[in-house]
Write a protein that binds this ligand. Structure first.
Ligand SMILES: [Zn+2]
Length: 187
């Protein structure tokens, strides 16, 4: 049996939906106006490769989607591009909400960022968010051996085979400054 819903104008009960869609749009499009200057990525702006990526940004997802469609048809397009992109976006949003509410703080960052193991498992390591706030330049989010971080394992692999260079990690000096034990020493 086919169940059809009548099309309807927005009701007060749609409030949550409106907020959710609105926040997605805001997170996706408005951020670029807030952070136009991007002063924390000067090192990337100096590199030809990243300037090329930025200039040709739209080309890559469309070329990838076309390739997937040619190789696998519509089913592959839905799963590899549609579902995977949706999963990726929502995982990122989950990090930025859940990891400011639930978890533990390992470093004295002076904010609400938390390390959260279950978010880290879902997001391949991004859930070690307090580590990320403490050392935002670090390629490695899971700083302890038991903090599973698949993104870091991939970066480390690329480094070992010579495809990634100048990989940044927190220095011992910086770790000391961010530790709770040294709060009073450095104030
Ligand atoms: Zn954060």
């Amino acid at each position: 049996m086919l169940i059809r819903r009548k099309t309807h104008t927005l009701q007060p009960s749609d409030f949550g939906l409106v907020i959710w869609v609105g926040s997605l749009i805001a997170a996706t499009f408005l951020k670029r106006y807030r952070y136009q200057e991007r002063k924390n990525v000067e090192d990337l702006k100096n590199q030809l490769f990243y300037r090329f990526i930025k200039r040709s940004y739209l080309l890559h997802p469309f070329a990838f989607a076309t390739l997937v469609y040619v190789l696998g048809g519509f089913t592959y397009l839905v799963w590899v591009v549609g579902v995977a992109t949706t999963w990726g976006y929502h995982s990122t949003f989950l990090v930025n909400s859940a990891c400011h509410i639930w978890g533990n703080q390992a470093w004295n960052t002076g904010d609400l960022s938390k390390n959260n193991w279950w978010v880290a498992l879902i997001t391949f390591g991004e859930g070690w968010h307090n580590n990320h706030h403490a050392f935002e330049y670090s390629a490695r989010h899971g700083l302890e051996w038991w903090q599973i971080d698949f993104c870091w394992y991939m970066i480390r692999f690329l480094e070992i085979v010579g495809l990634a260079t100048h990989v940044k990690l927190p220095t011992e000096d910086h770790k000391l400054k961010k530790s709770f034990a040294s709060v009073n020493k450095f104030k």
